[in-house]
Design a protein around this ligand. Structure first.
Ligand code: ZN
Length: 246
């Protein structure tokens, strides 16, 4: 399993792409959140590393929650694949994996842009995507990886993730306030990618700085504000284009 960091910025960044990642496992690709402009993000960041992965190569997307900096790229991704499939005779759809609470409101969020309300053949989510539910307490298989999820205390339904290839595990906090139980759950991972930002919706860096040495040592930071003070912590921030190798 290799994890290519596509973006490290928060929702308001002017300097970075929004937080997302691309996981490669067994020559399959799993996109971890899908912000805009997803096509450019993939082009710019994968070309740094010679991954050359485009929208046609990604059949699975995990959406942690429905804030725009995590899911707004689903519109362009869905339209692009819709037309690509028609011109390439490809019948399979990309699959969105998300919690039931997010899934229940996903089409409500994208329908006004994607439902072709003025045409004779209105569209639904199933014209663009398959949908599979991630359930806390259950294990899902995606791209040959084991996925476990846990709800965070973010203001809308948001899941953190444990993603394992059987020998190594990635912990992904997703957007979350500081939550000892969440960090305890994530501590089963070999590498924990944790967000940091202002309370009450996010985790202040001071709270992460107070964690035990062994936890901080395997933690990396993401979803950072442009004015984040890198000297305020010994936890290493991730960079766009960086690959976490397991
Ligand atoms: Zn959020």
């Amino acid at each position: 399993m290799q994890v290519l960091i596509l973006g490290v910025g928060d929702a308001f960044t002017k300097r970075h792409f929004n937080t997302s990642a691309l996981i490669e496992h067994g020559e399959r690709y799993l996109l971890l959140d899908c912000p805009t402009p997803i096509n450019r993000v993939l082009h710019d960041v994968t070309s740094i590393n010679d991954w050359t992965v485009g929208l046609e190569s990604i059949d699975d997307i995990i959406i942690t929650h429905l804030h725009g900096d995590h899911c707004s790229g689903l519109e362009a991704f869905g339209f692009w694949r819709y037309f690509y499939s028609k011109s390439n005779n490809k019948s399979s759809l990309p699959c969105i994996h998300t919690s039931k609470l997010a899934a229940d409101r996903l089409w409500e969020r994208f329908a006004p842009a994607m439902d072709r309300a003025n045409s004779d053949s209105p569209a639904t989510l199933s014209d663009y995507y398959d949908l599979k539910i991630l359930t806390p307490g259950a294990e899902s298989q995606v791209c040959g990886l084991s996925i476990k999820c846990r709800f965070t205390g973010h203001p809308i339904p948001t899941v953190g993730l444990l993603i394992s290839d059987g020998s190594a595990t990635l912990g992904w906090s997703s957007d979350t306030p500081y939550d000892e139980e969440h960090i305890k759950w994530l501590s089963a991972a070999d590498v924990i990618v944790h967000e940091s930002g202002p309370a009450p919706s996010h985790t202040p860096i001071e709270d992460l700085n107070a964690l035990p040495d062994e936890l901080r040592a395997k933690m990396r930071l993401i979803h950072l504000a442009d004015d984040f003070d890198y000297s305020s912590t010994d936890i290493k921030p991730l960079q766009e284009g960086e690959v976490i190798e397991f």
